[in-house]
Write a protein that binds this ligand. Sequence first.
Ligand code: ADE
Length: 221
Amino acid sequence: MIKFTVITLFQEALEPYLKASMMWKATEKGLAEFDFVNLRDFGLGPHKSVDDTPYGGGDGMLLRCEPVFAAIESAKAQDPDAKVILPTPAGEIWNQKLARKFASTSDKNSHYIILCPHYEGYDERILSIVDYKISLGKYVLTGGELPALIIIDSIVRLIPGVLGGETSAEIESFSDGDNIEYPQYTKPYDFRGMKVPEILLSGNHGEIDKWREEHSGKSNS
Ligand code: ADE
């Protein structure tokens, strides 16, 4: 079982995705659990404020330490061993190897808290309670919600029992370093003149494996 507690101001942006398709199945099977902490509940003053202007000047607002620390401490109160993930463009670039590393902890009842920053950034002191800084790539999003969903999805689908075919996650793209999966085809054989390569209909598994090997690509990152 793997548990994710997502600290966010926009639970409604995450919930539909986690309640659909494979993420929902993983929950139903008891393999994954998702819950949410509303950062606003830990906001300051009558307006439940969670951000403020930067010292030294500059545009935008930064997430303040107090609400973030209080939210993480409340999530950790139930599970002191939970690890904190911060999606940030300044983090380590997410990849399949990292997804596998996180997924492999699911047999030990692991718990990850994902803090979704919003607005223009966060007070640097927040990093003192973060275990993993993760970047989804060299571009900037408006918040941590999309990265949180991508991180969760790519981990949860690797947990044994979540995908239908037990080997699906093993033979696919990136399962072995930078490899991209070979091209695949289903019915019909002839779609608008585009035909399935003959070799795949031959029944010769040695030749099919060879063809697949030859047609596997390398990622161009
Ligand atoms: N927050 C904003 N942009 C991001 C990115 N590229 N990766 C992770 N978190 C982010």
